[in-house]
Design a protein. Structure first.
Length: 399
């Protein structure tokens, strides 16, 4: 299938830009204004001030933290300098429910959640857009500083999955899809995999054909204060992690090895994730890693690096372009975390066994080469020709 990148906003279009105070969103607004668009800036308000930080500790530049007030002030000043209308949209309650509560529940279930993917689906491209409409802002496009492309194929979407793909009305459509950006080192297509095609129709990413280096250079040339800022690294400052989970006491349990021998005591399963090596507090002649987490027995299983290798995975809670489920086997490339390289896989519908339950239809994903540290809760995102063609949440690894 051939793909065409969808048109970016043009002069005279009204464009709402999601601003964070960082260089990417700031340059997005500037580039659109220079093109002749009518730009409106908006910022999400997430921070409830419910977590208290030791004043002796440094404050990290994170998505959720006490630095939000300063970020909003910087955005307001930026918009004033640029002559851009500015609004702050309160999404605190929805963020608490969809991101923070989800994050805690997943960790307490022995899984490794990806809060950025969750936030993009339900907050940045969900609650924020609803808030914009609620205050009466009408717009042609919603733009952000993400590094990704939005494309459309020249064939029905069902053709991506082979001759045996299911027949349905949605399968005959040509939906908007996410494709990787020019700068693959900063590509964020993985983070955007759950945004519905219907929402993507009015979304654009103007930085899709620039490198991060070029964006910084353009910002410096224009004297933008954002060019001096460091990039946000964490969803939440590490110093707040203990407080975030303080609503319920941790339940200590046993560290065991792959043969079931007790090696020591863990602090509570929410403090660990598959592949983790640091912070275990277990001495050994060889490096040990978290290989499995047994929630029912409250056990953290430690193994060697070779014990982390997996032949495949089962995933559920799928999203597909145009909400079209192919209901068939197909080959693709997959990424099982943001930093992993895409690898070849065969994907096929999975029939649940007795006692298994899934969110929606599950699929079995088998790697052509074994992969390390497959973590339940992370997303498995499928690609063909650099375009996302579906994604699910990892339910369990296949050793």
């Amino acid at each position: 299938m051939n793909y065409e990148m969808l048109d970016l906003p043009k002069a005279g279009d009204t464009v709402v830009v999601g601003l964070s105070g960082g260089v990417d969103s700031s340059m997005t607004a500037v580039l659109l204004k220079e093109k002749g668009c009518n730009v409106i800036g908006v910022t999400m308000s997430l921070w409830k001030g419910d977590l208290k930080l030791d004043p002796s500790l440094p404050v990290h530049d994170s998505c959720y933290g006490p630095g939000e007030e300063a970020d909003i002030e910087e955005c307001r000043e930026f918009c004033k300098e640029q002559g851009i209308p500015y609004h702050v949209i309160d999404v605190k309650d929805e963020y608490q429910k969809q991101v923070l509560d989800y994050f805690k529940n997943e960790y307490r279930s022995g899984r490794t959640p990806n809060p950025c993917i969750r936030c993009n689906r339900f907050i940045k491209f969900g609650a924020l857009l609803a808030g914009i409409s609620k205050i009466g802002i009408e717009y042609d496009w919603f733009c952000t500083g993400h590094y990704a492309k939005i494309v459309r194929g020249d064939e029905p979407v069902k053709n991506l999955y082979g001759e045996d793909a299911s027949e349905s009305e949605n399968g005959e459509t040509h939906p908007a899809q996410i494709a990787v950006a020019l700068d693959v080192t900063k590509d964020q297509a993985y983070f955007l995999n759950r945004i519905p095609s219907s929402v993507l129709e009015k979304v654009r990413f103007p930085l899709c054909e620039y490198t991060k280096k070029e964006v910084f250079a353009m910002a410096r040339d224009r004297g933008l204060k954002a060019a001096q800022r460091e990039e946000s690294q964490d969803f939440i400052p590490p110093e707040y992690f203990e407080q975030l989970f303080s609503d319920k006491p941790s339940v200590p349990g046993d560290f065991i090895d792959m043969d079931g021998h007790v090696l020591g005591k863990h602090r509570g399963i929410e403090h660990y994730t598959i592949g983790q090596r640091k912070g275990l507090g277990i001495s050994s002649t060889a490096p040990l890693y978290v290989a499995e987490i047994d929630v029912k027995k409250n056990l953290v299983v430690l193994g060697r690096d070779s014990d982390l290798l997996c032949s495949g995975l089962i995933a559920d809670d799928f999203v597909w372009p145009a909400d079209y489920d192919p209901c068939t086997s197909f080959d693709a490339l997959v990424k099982i975390r943001l930093a992993s390289r895409p690898v070849e896989v065969s994907v096929s519908p999975y029939e649940p066994k007795e006692g298994e339950s899934f969110t929606g239809k599950a699929y079995k994903v088998m790697f052509k080469e074994k992969q390390r540290a497959v973590a339940p809760g992370q997303s498995a995102v499928f690609y063909k020709d650099g375009v996302t063609i579906g994604a699910g949440v990892i339910s369990r690894a296949l050793k």
